[in-house]
Ligand binder design. Structure first.
Ligand SMILES: Cc1cc2nc3c(=O)[nH]c(=O)nc-3n(C[C@H](O)[C@H](O)[C@H](O)COP(=O)(O)O)c2cc1C
Length: 176
């Protein structure tokens, strides 16, 4: 089964989450492509889609919401999973994650912790992060929980390829 993992990422934190999800699905025996949303022309060549975006100022990146608009009908027709990466967790008032998941009838949605390295931010983001209201809630650091990311990817793999046992690596016989 062919699976697309599409992501919108400004500094790479969400790209690495997407790559990790893709690696788990690949090990589970699925045929996986991991691509930035901006280079995907058509999702119809894939039977399932996982879409993720980082959150900036309460919203998904524009390229991710544009991806949803562009491929809306194809996404509704396919099993789709959505994830966010951000520093404020799932309870953000303007989060697009829940709204888009409802709109697309997504199988599941997940808000993962993100990562922020101040030295890599462009000037605008550096200034926005330093606004007093944000400084309190945007601490630099890496808050990605790889175990929870991997667990979520395993659950998707189990739904798409039910013969896969979570944690089992094909080709290795447990106990051998
Ligand atoms: C200017 C700025 C605004 C941000 N706004 C939010 C926000 O509203 N909610 C949130 O959860 N994270 C916010 N973040 C944190 C990013 O979402 C987080 O660092 C994310 O993991 C970055 O992923 P990326 O490198 O893939 O773009 C913000 C970061 C910056 C620099």
């Amino acid at each position: 089964m062919s699976v697309l993992v599409a992501y919108a990422s400004r500094y790479g934190a969400t790209r690495q989450i997407a790559q990790h999800i893709a690696a788990v699905l690949t090990v589970a025996g699925l045929d996986v492509r991991v691509r930035p949303t901006t280079v995907v022309d058509d999702v119809r060549g894939h039977e399932a889609v996982i879409l993720g975006s980082s959150v900036y100022r309460g919203h998904w990146m524009e390229q991710a919401t544009a991806f949803v608009d562009l491929h809306h009908d194809a996404l509704v027709e396919r099993p789709t999973w959505l994830f966010s990466s951000g520093l404020l967790g799932p309870d953000q008032p303007h989060s697009d994650l829940d709204r888009l998941a409802e709109e697309l009838g997504a199988r599941d949605r997940q808000a993962f912790g993100g990562a922020l390295e101040v030295g890599r931010l462009d000037l605008i983001d550096r200034v926005l992060r330093l606004k007093p209201a944000r400084r309190r809630v945007l601490p630099p650091g890496d808050y990605r929980d790889w175990d929870s990311i991997e667990g979520w990817a395993h659950r998707i793999a189990t739904e798409l390829a039910p013969s896969v046992t979570p944690g089992f690596t094909p080709g290795l016989t447990p106990g051998a």
